[in-house]
Design a protein around this ligand. Structure first.
Ligand code: CTP
Ligand code: MG
Length: 180
């Protein structure tokens, strides 16, 4: 029961988990805010780039399509039914994750935090809120069928731990400047 719940939650969220990590690898180039400021502080900061956002979103979307292919092949042999991603749901999860992360940077700058500063809770859940919010908006019926209350609860519990873990690894590998 718990295992299949966790599996479903992880599977459903994979297209939202991957974009931020890919953005770390792909980032660089022009910042999305073009250097603009608001109230003397950067609108978003140099950590949010067009390239990172675009490549991250594309990676999450392609992953959703890939997961569908794996799911179709594996479903006969598995007794858990894993969620399938309609293309727009996959895109909404990936883009929503990036938008959530960008929104968090906006809030970080407004509260005087410099690029790379940590903002506990927001750092771990910004992309979850963005991904789930956009998926719900774009694919409401798919969202309701996929993210039942127990699955949502599993997502909220698992994600922060997973996020902290991957960022510590990315930091240890020298891919990221801070371990959060
Ligand atoms: N990145 C990017 N575009 C994004 C998100 C991330 O290019 N939309 C890249 C940037 O190189 C960024 C790195 O991934 O520095 C790490 O991402 P993140 O921790 O989200 O950014 P920070 O640099 O820590 O900036 P912030 O304080 O705004 O979160
Ligand atoms: Mg950061």
């Amino acid at each position: 029961m718990v295992v299949s719940l966790v599996l479903k939650a992880l599977w459903a969220m994979l297209p939202a988990y991957v974009p931020n990590n890919v953005a770390v690898l792909a980032g660089g180039g022009r910042p999305m805010d073009g250097g603009r400021t608001l109230g003397g502080r950067r609108l978003l900061g140099d950590g949010k780039t067009w390239r990172g956002t675009a490549v991250g979103t594309l990676a999450g979307f392609l992953l959703a399509l890939g997961l569908n292919a794996v799911n179709r092949r594996a479903s006969e042999r598995l007794d858990v039914s894993l969620p399938e991603f309609p293309p727009r749901a996959g895109l909404a999860l990936a883009l929503g994750a990036m938008v959530g992360d960008v929104g968090a940077s906006f809030l970080k700058r407004r509260t005087g935090r410099r690029r790379g500063a940590s903002f506990p809770v927001l750092d771990q859940l910004d992309f979850v809120a963005g991904a789930l919010g956009l998926a719900r908006l774009v694919a409401p019926r798919w969202f309701a069928g996929t993210f039942s209350r127990p699955v949502l609860a599993a997502v909220v519990v698992i994600t922060p731990a997973l996020h902290v873990g991957t960022n510590v690894i990315a930091y240890a590998l020298g891919l990221k400047d801070e371990p959060w």
